[in-house]
Unconditional design. Sequence first.
Length: 198
Amino acid sequence: MYNKSGSLLRIETTINNTRDFKVFRSPNDDEGKPASWQKMRKGVSDLHRRCEVSQQCNDRYGDALAAAQVEEKLKEVVSSACNKVVKEGKRYRGLNPWQQDDYQMLMFLSKGENAINGFRNHDLRKWLYRESEQSGKDQQKKYSGRTTRRIKMLRAHGLIRKVPRANRYVLTEKGQKFSCSLMTASALDIKALTEMAA
């Protein structure tokens, strides 16, 4: 992202590791086999899909930047996700942004890199439980289960959505507003907040 000539904000995406993305094609370019979602290749054959993915990344990043420019009150943006919700017969607790665990999770959601290709359970688990990488298999399963429950809670509140045919999640518009507004409010000192409210 750069400010071109001081008058135009330009967002560009460069994909170095194409294997993280998928393209719908026949395996090994064998026309006899049915097409399915395959890992993207670095060559020019998947260039059309790379353009699509890059544009989607640019759009999501632009939306994440625009979430900071919302003219809504903080209470209006965050109140629904801070209350418990029932989805498909299951109850999910409300988020408590000032509690350490939920605050860490919101910090993770507001990271710009998650706007590009989303995140996986593994990414969130590494962020929340740094010690999980050095623990045994049983402990890793436990941390993975905790992370899965957190992801379900975020989905129930409408803050994230699952990427089709992938184990990835991206922020919804509501999630972008929620995380951005809380991170901004928590970064301001009380004096600045009082002056803005006056």
